[in-house]
Design a protein around this ligand. Structure first.
Ligand SMILES: [Zn+2]
Length: 271
């Protein structure tokens, strides 16, 4: 499987660094003090079915916990120059008291990350504490996405733009009252996480060339798209998926976009 990205809400509940400082210092180049760091939790993944109709298995979460440990948190290029600002110093799978949407015990892979409290990081720390930075993007590469009904591999069917297994189960559809979803198994690699500056750049917010869009759509529908680069097709596919998500979610994303744009503008003005 290719690298996958999941967007997760970032909750602004700082962790007291006092008790974690020894752990943090395992990753620091020079000895840090509790006053010198800002710590916060990151919800990396869980075993609930997400908006891609996929979920991580409990075994995947346990392995990802090991793979994510020590990985960086990035400000991506959409903020400014890409740079590492945070590091995960603890990753654990936790059993929550609530159930997931399948009625099973909910497990969350939670990371604890630290940032240096310096002038450069100050605006971002304030933005996290103030709830302006609301999302992180978490990346990993999984060995397999299996059909929840029959355990065979789910693959993208280019004709119908659906994920299907050999048996013919389609991701997102129900079979005898049971939802077919993707079981993300066999983690291969965990990548850094990023603070999401402009979440809707993933798909929504089409603002330029809208008047030509209908022509482009017509052209796309009637062309042989086999010559289009796979990565471009994937980007288009993501846009389509996002466009199909419901209005409430789109409105929420538009709100985050507006707030983040304001924050970026302020940050750029501050140098
Ligand atoms: Zn199946």
């Amino acid at each position: 499987m290719d690298r996958i990205e999941k967007l997760k809400a970032l909750k602004a509940t700082p962790i007291n660094p006092e008790s974690d400082i020894a752990l943090i210092n395992q990753y620091a180049h020079k000895e840090l003090t509790p006053e010198g760091v800002f710590c916060f939790p990151v919800h990396l993944c869980d075993n609930d079915v997400d908006r891609d109709t996929e979920r991580f298995t409990k075994a995947s979460l346990d392995k990802l916990a090991k793979l994510f440990l020590g990985k960086s948190g990035l400000i991506d290029h959409r903020w400014s120059a890409e740079k590492q600002v945070a590091r995960l110093y603890r990753c654990e799978t936790e059993e929550m008291s609530e159930k997931n949407s399948l009625g099973e015990p909910l497990y969350v892979l939670r990371g604890s990350a630290y940032m240096l409290r310096n002038d450069a990081n100050k605006p971002l720390i304030e933005a996290i504490e103030g709830g302006i930075v609301k999302e992180v993007s978490v990346g990993c590469r999984m060995g397999e996405c299996a059909c929840s009904i029959c355990s065979k591999k789910l693959k993208l069917d280019w004709c119908t733009w659906t994920y299907q297994c050999e048996t013919g189960h389609i991701k997102g559809q129900e079979y005898d009252g049971k939802l077919c979803f993707g079981e993300l198994k066999d983690p291969q690699e965990a990548f850094e996480f990023s603070f999401v500056a402009v979440p809707s750049q993933r798909g929504a917010g089409v603002t330029k060339g809208a008047e030509n869009l209908n022509d482009a759509v017509e052209l796309f529908k009637t062309s042989d798209i086999a010559t289009v680069k796979a990565e471009d097709l994937k980007a288009i596919g993501q846009k389509i998926q996002l466009a199909l998500t419901d209005d409430a979610e789109r409105n929420e994303r538009a709100k985050i976009l507006a707030e983040n744009k304001k924050f970026m503008k302020e940050q750029n003005q501050n140098g």
